[in-house]
Design a protein around this ligand. Structure first.
Ligand code: ACO
Length: 437
């Protein structure tokens, strides 16, 4: 493939619309070049198969743009993450998670009236239909809360119609998700469900439902509510990651909002994605029990035959640092300091990071701590159990999934997502009766 501007040097300013030229079997096809608002370049191959009979092959989609989106910008080389143009560092420092939900879903930070309305609606829709409480009874003790969260979110579509106003279903989903998450924890530990309280903020309400019991008054620690607000903001969107692409994929078949988001929750669960935060703490705990010999685990991670990876390290997109990890590393130290907690796992995490960042294996592959490396240490300090970590990630990611689902639905270019394949199986052969096999 040759590009119009040629010769390997930095391209000179184009004089007309840029095109790329693809030559296949002597035939040339011009591919229009699509440029994003931050200068990202894409080759539009929409006519490729019709004109040449060929498709592209990009396992893992590292080079494939599946849509145009105006929600989140990432520059992985420079460690930049912006929601609707706002740098993550600024939102992390100044914003409330509810504002960020509005920003991601509706495109702008809310004004005072919009924020008051949105907050009030989010507060008033937190109750679950009483029948839904019975679902929790059917789960075995110790059921993974992600299993309950995904099933309950899908089940919301049994209670709330697609014909209802979309904004109402969006509010219902954001509001009820914290109640579902807290109830799945209460079910696991055998405590009564705590109902939401309308005088509390979104984050404080969730923490109240998690940690209060009916027998005595409970006050939410403001440090916990503040740090939860930060964690949810940092997880709120990350453009076309595995779970968000799943939401868009499922939504492209015109499946309803709840069903599409439930699919995203399942995609998030895996240890290579949102499940990494649970896997990080389990790994740090294993290292602690092994005499804190972190160097041994760095060596294991370098040995491909060991099948072991440093969880919380590496990212498909970030190749210098993950800006969310930098914020969380600082927050972890601050929060533990404020609470007077000494967590040996934080020391191991820092030591592991230090060794890995100076090791040729990790340096050459541009492997750095990702958002999940330090989040678990903070959740532990807040008394949130390890198997709830991925649920916490899901609560944060909800506005991002909803924003993408909505953008996908409103985009006239959306078609059902249906990739192709290069078939490598047997060519045609005749059926043999079982006696001849
Ligand atoms: N530990 C050791 N080696 C690693 C790690 C790791 N955590 N991550 C990548 N590598 C190595 C690979 O073995 C590979 O080496 P090679 O080139 O010699 O074969 C190279 O680095 C590139 O790795 P890939 O798996 O090809 O990178 P990819 O972009 O496909 O995967 C991923 C990214 C899944 C995040 C990967 O780095 C990983 O498994 N990390 C651990 C799990 C994790 O933390 N996931 C959370 C991601 S962030 C999020 O979803 C919130």
């Amino acid at each position: 493939m040759s590009q119009q501007t040629t010769n390997g040097a930095a391209p000179s300013a184009p004089t007309g619309p840029r095109v790329a030229r693809l030559i296949l079997d002597g035939r040339e096809l011009e591919l229009p070049v699509v440029i994003g608002s931050e200068g990202e370049t894409g080759l539009d191959i929409m006519q490729l198969r019709a004109k040449t009979g060929a498709i592209t092959l990009d396992q893992g989609y590292g080079n494939t743009g599946a849509c145009e989106s105006s929600i989140t910008f990432i520059d992985g080389e420079r460690g930049i993450l912006r929601y609707r143009g706002y740098p993550i560092e600024e939102l992390a420092e100044k914003a409330d998670f509810v504002e960020v939900c509005h920003l991601l879903i509706y495109g702008e930070l809310p004004n005072a009236k919009e924020l008051a309305d949105f907050t009030s609606r989010l507060t008033r829709h937190t109750l679950l239909h009483e029948d839904m409480k019975k679902f929790f009874e059917g789960y075995p003790g110790g059921a993974h809360p992600m299993a309950m969260l995904s099933a309950m979110v899908a089940s919301l579509s049994a209670y709330y119609s697609e014909d209802d106003e979309l904004d109402l279903n969006i509010v219902r989903l954001l509001a009820k998700a914290i109640t579902i998450a807290a109830f799945s924890y209460k079910k696991n530990i055998g405590q009564p469900f705590m109902y939401p309280r309308n005088e509390l903020s979104y984050c404080a309400n969730f923490l109240h439902m998690m940690h209060a019991v009916p027998a005595e008054p409970f006050t939410v620690n403001p440090v916990f509510a503040r740090v939860l607000n930060l964690l949810l903001i940092l997880h709120a969107d990350h453009e076309q990651n595995c779970s968000t692409s799943t939401v868009r994929m499922v939504g492209s078949s015109q499946a309803n909002l709840f069903a599409s988001i439930a699919a995203g929750i399942c995609a998030l669960w895996g240890p290579l994605h949102g499940g990494a935060n649970q896997a990080v703490i389990e790994m740090l705990e294993t290292i602690r029990q092994d005499g804190s010999n972190y160097k041994k685990y760095v060596e294991m991670a370098k040995d491909k035959d060991s099948g072991f990876r440093l969880m919380g390290f590496g990212h498909r997109v970030y190749k210098n640092f993950d800006p969310r990890a930098s914020i969380l590393k600082k927050a972890a130290a601050e929060v533990l300091g404020q609470l007077g907690i000494q967590d040996p796992l934080l020391d191991i995490a820092k030591a592991l990071e230090e060794v890995a960042l100076h090791d040729e294996f990790f340096v050459s592959r541009k492997l750095y701590p990702n958002v999940d490396f330090y989040s678990g240490v903070i959740y532990r300090a807040m008394g949130i159990p390890t198997n709830m970590f991925t649920v916490m990630f899901a609560l944060g990611r909800l506005p991002g999934w909803i924003a993408h689902w909505r953008e996908m639905r409103d985009d006239p270019k959306t078609r059902i997502n249906r990739p192709r394949q290069i078939y490598t199986g047997a060519t045609e052969r005749a059926y043999k009766p079982v006696s001849e096999r």
